[in-house]
Design a protein around this ligand. Structure first.
Ligand SMILES: Cc1cc2nc3c(=O)[nH]c(=O)nc-3n(C[C@H](O)[C@H](O)[C@H](O)COP(=O)(O)O)c2cc1C
Length: 176
């Protein structure tokens, strides 16, 4: 079975970035596994302890390694992507296995401003380049004014919904 691993860059309970991943999970065909990882237990990276990876990091690394594709949806914090996501990526960049090397990665950002997190995604692309990822550059999805887009946990804006369906279709094309 093909499998997609998703990471939300926000730990917030009502995160729009997590909600968009949950929407995609609902849309994905049953023949494809789509798992949203929990990165809330990843400790702060410290090079002194990098050889003592805890079970969450080992688990996340194994899942990324086996994934046919990784989706990351990030908020924009101060014109960049979130610290919790960077912390997780720093852990995943270390050790013998380069888990992101040549891995297909598809990006989304959802943020409060009219720019939809474009600056966060651009920073994230740079970091993923350093990790050797094959970050897809199309379709671009920047969800602006995210607080107006989501109503009762679902996407209420038809244009955004169409973009997400197109994004989902592309994921399936990329793994088949
Ligand atoms: C520390 C912090 C910095 C932020 N900086 C930005 C920013 O630079 N650009 C932006 O569009 N939104 C910014 N925001 C607003 C976020 O886009 C908004 O809180 C968004 O809902 C976060 O994503 P989430 O819903 O997935 O948690 C910031 C929010 C926080 C908490």
């Amino acid at each position: 079975m093909k499998n997609i691993i998703a990471i939300s860059g926000s730990l917030r309970k009502d995160s729009y970035n997590t909600k968009v991943l949950e929407e995609i999970k609902k849309m994905i065909d049953k023949e494809v596994s789509f798992e949203i990882l929990d990165i809330s237990k990843v400790p702060l990276f410290n090079q002194d302890i990098e050889n003592n990876e805890n079970k969450d990091i080992i688990n996340i690394k194994n899942k990324i390694k086996k994934a046919d594709l990784v989706v990351i949806s990030t908020p924009e914090y101060n014109y960049s992507f979130s610290g919790v996501l960077k912390n997780t990526l720093d852990w995943l960049s270390r050790g013998e296995d380069l888990v992101f090397l040549d891995k297909k990665v598809a990006l989304i950002s959802a943020s409060a401003s009219r720019f939809g997190g474009v600056r966060a995604q651009n920073h994230l692309r740079d970091v993923l380049l350093c990790m050797g990822a094959n970050t897809l550059y199309k379709p671009e999805v920047y969800i602006a004014f995210a607080h107006d887009v989501f109503v009762d946990n679902t996407i209420n804006d038809p244009r955004v919904k169409k973009q997400i369906i197109n994004f989902k279709d592309n994921l399936l094309k990329e793994i088949n």
